[in-house]
Design a protein around this ligand. Structure first.
Ligand code: UDX
Length: 452
């Protein structure tokens, strides 16, 4: 017998990383998905997507304790055979940019179906990012409707947001800064807290557990992602101010701002803008939600506008540097939304390509160390794809640095001179040493202009 058994309903980043970390610490996990191919892969010990350290962890579980991590195609069975169920389904953006709670709703029905046949107490934990009111008014109510069981009596209900960033999901799962527990009632929260005391042990000395109601916990997650997005747009707004004055450098400005103990310099990196699976989705979701309640958010509207307009700024800078870009070859260095991933969701490269096309610039070559294939799914024949930096720069008249991969960090001014027809370079991520590059090749960088 295991002290804890958990069903993980949804096998994306949060679901599978939690499942692997729990199993690694001797908790019995039954994951569930409706995707047969994914389930087979997980059962064979193979991660269905790339995430740092995940495969190694799954290899170890497969070799030493395979019974602790299994993936079923039947969520009802997974729920019935465990004591805690975590909903880790996606909450994608609808066409109108509001949140799509379809997967949460169908999972709540499956939990209801299972709880109909269960007499002992079961804890349900929403881990997906959901707008305030969802855990109580959608998940809780559907479970009661289907099973006739009551929250706070027959089953516990919590909302525990996660704060994983891609590429760090395992590390973030194992070493969170804090654990936020939204609870329907005291027993629900206490049951989840006990589970995490068991799972985290000593780590809790440096990681507070915050208990609050369901809706507050739901809003914490949006508060987090919206503030991080706001910090980036704030840095970009100041980068645009910096470009109004010769020799002001946004990197130094934000370093100065960030050293204030009330602020910190993380997520103050100006550049071509944020992307990824969460920031646009979550900022839009809470913005649509607040508007539907009669409070349209001016702040979040500006955060998204400033971000997406950075694509226009970088193309403006390229044209200021290299002249009219029509009939010239342009190179995009990096396509993924951030280094270390092949994820193209909401990547700045997509907005940059759109802006280039809008200006009639057709000859665009992109290169990404990991994301060429996923970029092709997203961008198709709008651009050509190079297999190396050299090939990407060949015959090019202007290069735009979009994603700050290590492979690009090592490039010297000479590399651009050697491979390009004319070595114009715009640094969209402040990757390069400004003083070195400005004296070596025609160069511009977000958030700084030189003396002229
Ligand atoms: C983010 C949050 O960090 C995480 O807590 C949440 O759970 C999911 O969303 P993720 O999207 O994986 O994680 O990536 P993150 O590292 O936060 O970067 C997001 C985007 O912001 C990237 O496009 C990155 O390039 C950009 N960014 C980040 C900046 O433009 N400037 C910065 O200073 C930091």
């Amino acid at each position: 017998m295991y002290k804890y058994s958990v069903s993980i309903l949804g096998t994306g980043f949060i679901g599978l990383c939690s499942a692997a970390c729990f199993a690694d610490k001797d908790i019995k996990v039954l994951a569930s998905t409706h995707n047969e191919k994914k389930a087979n892969m997980i059962n064979e010990g193979k991660a269905p997507f790339y995430e740092a350290d995940l495969q190694e962890m799954m290899d170890d579980i497969k070799a030493n304790k395979p019974e602790l991590l299994q993936c079923l195609l039947d969520p009802v069975k997974a729920i019935l055979e465990t004591d805690i169920s975590m909903i880790t389904q996606g909450t994608p953006m609808r066409e109108d940019k509001s949140i799509n709670l379809g997967y949460i709703e169908s999972t709540a029905r499956e939990i209801g179906e299972a709880l109909k046949h269960k007499d002992s107490y079961h804890l349900v934990v929403v881990r997906s990012t959901v707008v305030p009111g969802t855990a109580r008014n959608l998940v809780g109510k559907i479970i009661t409707e289907v099973s006739a069981k009551l929250p706070g009596k027959d089953f516990g209900l919590c909302m525990q947001p996660e704060f994983l960033a891609e590429g760090r999901s395992i590390e973030d799962t194992l070493k969170p800064d804090r654990i936020v527990i939204g609870e329907f009632d005291e027993q629900s929260g206490a049951t989840l807290q006990e589970f995490y005391e068991y799972f985290y042990g000593d780590h809790l000395e440096n990681c507070p557990i915050l208990r609050m109601n369901l809706e507050s916990a739901e809003l914490v997650k949006y508060g987090n992602n919206c503030l991080l997005s706001t910090k980036i747009s704030y840095a970009n707004e100041f980068a645009n101010f910096a470009q109004l004055v010769p020799n002001v450098d946004i990197v130094q400005v934000m370093k100065g701002v960030g050293l204030d103990y009330r602020i910190n310099d993380r997520f103050l990196g100006a550049g071509v803008g944020f992307g990824g699976s969460c920031f646009h989705k979550d900022v839009n979701a809470i913005k649509a939600w607040s508007k539907s309640k009669g409070y349209p958010s001016r702040l979040l509207e500006a955060v998204l506008d400033i971000n997406d307009d950075q694509a226009i700024r970088i193309v403006d800078m390229a044209e200021e540097l290299a002249g009219d870009l029509k009939n010239k070859r342009i190179t995009l260095l990096g396509l993924a939304f951030k280094p270390g991933t092949d994820d193209m969701r909401q990547a700045a490269s997509i907005r940059v390509v759109k802006e280039l096309k809008k200006r009639g610039i057709e000859d665009i070559v992109g290169y990404d160390p990991k994301a060429n294939e996923t970029a092709e799914i997203e961008l198709g024949s709008k651009i050509a794809y190079a297999g190396s930096i050299e090939q990407a720069l060949k015959d090019s008249e202007c290069a735009l640095l979009i994603t700050e991969w290590d492979e690009f960090k090592n490039l010297k001014p000479d590399d651009f001179t050697k491979h390009m027809r004319t070595p114009n370079l715009v640094d969209g991520r402040r990757l390069y040493d400004y003083d070195l590059f400005i004296k070596s090749i025609p160069f511009r960088a977000i958030g700084r202009i030189n003396l002229e």
